[in-house]
Design a binder for this molecule. Structure first.
Ligand code: HEM
Length: 429
């Protein structure tokens, strides 16, 4: 089974740059989702990281002026930590497109992931108590129940699609559970979350209008939950958000509270599902490593889990915008320039990892950047790690013979390392 298989045709958007590349040669167009239809273009990233540590990517003129790319481990750490120079407030995607509805961009951008300090810290503090080590540990029993339900259904079928049957349902069910979505709405949220996945992929049958409508439906759902929790507080995350008190006179705008639900569903869903599916693919391609995990299930809460996160790097990139001129690798990043960090490339940087092209479930140390680093380090990292632990422990105990039965296809997107289909047999021995 190879990692790269089927490729789709053109995307919904035409944002590829068709002119001449002026600052450096064109190794790969990172703005073109088509560059990712066979998975992360690691071979091209290896060249970029080695030879063009600050790689300039041209951009279709009506989309933007182009953007810088950093791919080295230590550069991503430096950019992420310097929030004064590299701001998140102008957006965390490469671009939103000339036709993007400002209301949608505000709903998506108007949350903590797109804020700079000090506002960012106040907002993050509201949700942080939910994601402490002890609080997340308390969720384990419930997550085991949810994982059991998912695995029961898949094992009953015997054969299906690993993504649709196992990797996709668990994270969204977990999110619905902790956010306090009534069970009767779980399917609705699952459908909405699926619409947001791979909106540039024609195979998924999405249209820009449908995607925009879904963003607003999720935003509206969150707004409704905030109102509801103010009237009837409960023991869930949305209640904590709804009842948040302003701190030190900094009033958090209502729109940010309303957008929290949307942020959670966007940030916590596709990322986790692709760490599970990408992990399964890595195990299928590395049976010796899989055997080590079966023999020692504790690896699923330690080095094997972290290696899955490094190997898969579910979030391809995050963007910053320079607030001042800044020298790096002999180039000047100008104020207002976009700077994009590629986590999957940094996670295979030979200066940071020994033998980085090897999937090694005993790897130690493993300073991967799959969750980012610094100010915006993933708030849900412990929740994602817990799901990976539970899912792989239970899968390898109950169905260690689970195997892929056909080619894997990837979602046409440059944002998430996303698997689309993954035919599989779920079996014991
Ligand atoms: C394997 C799964 C996941 C991966 C790889 C991942 C990755 C990331 C990355 C790279 C960032 C950094 C953004 C930046 O620096 O601009 C981030 C931030 C964030 N993630 Fe995750 N994430 C995962 C799961 C989750 C889950 C399960 C949740 C919530 C339930 C979540 C919520 C967030 C939030 C709220 C932020 C913004 C934090 C801030 O701005 O301070 N993530 N994530």
């Amino acid at each position: 089974m190879t990692e790269a298989t089927s490729a789709t045709g053109a995307g919904i958007f035409d944002n590829t740059y068709k002119g001449e590349w002026k600052k450096n040669p064109r190794i790969v167009d990172l703005n073109d989702s088509g560059s990712f239809v066979n998975g992360m273009p690691h071979a091209e990233f290896d060249v970029i990281r080695r030879e063009y540590p600050l790689y300039w990517n041209e951009e279709a003129p009506d989309w933007g002026a182009g953007f810088w790319n950093v791919t080295r481990h230590d550069d991503i750490i430096a950019v992420s930590r310097d929030t004064e120079t590299f701001s998140s407030a102008q957006g965390i995607n490469i671009s939103y497109g000339p036709d993007a509805d400002p209301a949608i961009v505000n709903a998506v951008v108007g949350n903590m992931i797109s804020m700079d300090p000090p506002l960012h810290r106040y907002y993050r503090k509201i949700a942080q108590p939910y994601f402490t080590r002890s609080n997340v540990a308390r969720l384990e029993t419930r997550i085991r129940e949810l994982a059991r339900e998912v695995l029961d259904a898949a094992l009953d079928k015997g054969e299906g699609d690993f993504m649709a049957d196992i990797a996709a349902p668990l994270p969204i069910n977990v999110l619905c559970d902790i956010l306090g979505v009534p069970h009767s709405d779980w399917n609705l949220i699952f459908d909405w979350s699926n619409t947001l996945i791979g909106y540039d992929d024609p195979d998924l049958g999405q249209s820009l209008e449908k995607v925009e409508q879904t963003f607003m439906q999720l935003f509206g759902y969150g707004q409704q939950m905030i109102q509801d929790r103010r009237e009837t507080p409960r023991d869930d995350l949305m209640t904590a958000i709804a009842l948040a008190e302003p701190e030190d006179g900094i009033q958090i705008p209502e729109v940010y509270l309303n957008g929290f639900f949307l942020l959670m569903v966007v940030a916590g869903n596709e990322t986790t599902r692709n760490s599970i599916s990408g992990g399964m693919l890595a195990l299928a391609n590395n049976p010796d490593e899989k055997r080590k995990m079966i023999a020692d299930p504790s690896l699923c809460e330690g080095s094997a889990r972290e290696e899955i996160l490094r190997w898969v790097s579910p979030v391809n990139h995050m963007r910053r915008t320079a607030t001042r001129d800044f020298e790096m690798h002999g180039e000047t990043i100008r104020e207002g320039d976009k700077v994009v960090m590629w986590y999957g490339a940094a996670n295979r940087d030979p200066d940071a990892f020994e033998n980085p092209q090897k999937f090694d479930v005993l790897r130690d140390p493993n300073p991967h950047l799959a969750f980012g680093i610094g100010e915006h380090f993933c708030l849900g990292s412990r929740l994602a790690q817990l799901q990976l632990k539970v899912l792989f422990q239970d899968l390898l105990r109950r169905a260690p013979g689970t195997e892929l039965t056909g080619d894997v296809s990837y979602v046409r997107t440059n944002f998430i390392n996303g698997i689309k289909t993954m035919p599989a047999k779920f079996c014991g021995a």
